[in-house]
Design a protein around this ligand. Structure first.
Ligand SMILES: NC(=O)c1ccc[n+]([C@@H]2O[C@H](COP(=O)([O-])OP(=O)(O)OC[C@H]3O[C@@H](n4cnc5c(N)ncnc54)[C@H](O)[C@@H]3O)[C@@H](O)[C@H]2O)c1
Length: 258
């Protein structure tokens, strides 16, 4: 039996302005929805137009207000930073940034060309750095902020099949650690949230079968499957004032696998 959860409301998130990359589906959509439900003003970018529109409509229908969104391929750094500037112009400076976008396409060691390597880093690594570069001046004006980089436990448990993705996701810990001191001086906190295997539509349709489900059951300490909302709850906490003294850390939401 799954225990009924009684979830927290974070008063400090009400009215905060939040920017999320890759917010249209799966974990990103759960993060966008969770912040909206807390009364935050959310903006996100994604390439999935229909999913983005549907998410915005669903959140509005639930009475959680209007979410700002823009079609933007985050591989184009200039377009990402322009979208962030437009969102800031409309909503104001962002106090929270969630670097969520990623793509875990499979590949082999032998198949990777320099172009493919660059393309993998362009979606899985580079946007996080340049989104931080764009958002930090506003956080400094506000007197502080919170940045959450979505990492992964996949590379930490030596999962194969996506070495470029593993490199990019492991670098989220380096990004967090490498900027924490610089940003901390301005009361900007930066942390990594590393999910375990989350039951998103993409994972369910592409990578999950009886064998991998058996692997999850064998390795997790907890019997239930991780949902996107479980990851979003950790992001909310780290963005809130309740995490005021948490920075430079990695927080795993992996049901005890690692
Ligand atoms: N799902 C998991 O099991 C899992 C495990 C470990 C880590 N993570 C991490 O959690 C985060 C979210 O994962 P997810 O499973 O929800 O991912 P997903 O692939 O299901 O969704 C990613 C979102 O990003 C968007 N996107 C992809 N490429 C884009 C681009 N070039 N420009 C703009 N938007 C783009 C997609 O349309 C989608 O809405 C990622 O950082 C991922 O690495 C997920």
């Amino acid at each position: 039996m799954v225990m009924k959860r009684s979830l927290a409301v974070f008063p400090s998130l009400r009215g905060q302005r939040v920017f999320v990359t890759g917010g249209a589906t799966a974990v990103g959509a759960a993060i966008v929805s969770a912040f909206a439900a807390q009364g935050a003003q959310v903006a996100f970018v994604d390439v999935a137009d229909e999913d983005s529109q549907q998410l915005v409509a669903d959140i509005q229908a639930q009475g959680f207000g209007t979410v700002w969104w823009r079609h933007c391929d985050v591989c184009d750094v200039a377009a990402l930073q322009a979208a962030m500037a437009d969102a800031r112009q409309e909503l104001g400076d962002f106090s929270i940034l969630v670097n969520n976008v990623a793509s875990d396409d499979r590949h082999t060691l032998e198949s990777v060309t320099p172009d493919y390597w660059d393309e993998r880093m362009a979606v899985n690594q580079r946007p996080a750095f340049f989104a931080i570069q764009a958002v930090v001046p506003g956080m400094r004006r506000l007197g502080g902020g919170a940045i959450i980089n979505l990492g992964s436990t996949g590379w930490q448990q030596k999962s194969g099949g996506y070495p470029c993705y593993a490199v990019a996701k492991s670098s989220m810990n380096g990004l967090t650690r490498g900027l924490a001191e610089t940003l901390g001086a301005d009361r900007i906190r930066i942390n990594t949230v590393s999910p375990g295997w989350v039951m998103t539509p993409r994972q369910l349709s592409k990578w999950l079968d009886d064998a991998t489900l058996g692997q999850i059951r064998h390795n997790q300490c907890l019997p239930d499957m991780i949902q996107a909302s479980d990851v979003a709850r950790m992001v909310l906490f780290l963005a809130s004032d309740d995490a005021a003294m948490c920075t430079a850390q990695e927080f795993k939401v992996d049901a005890g696998w690692n």
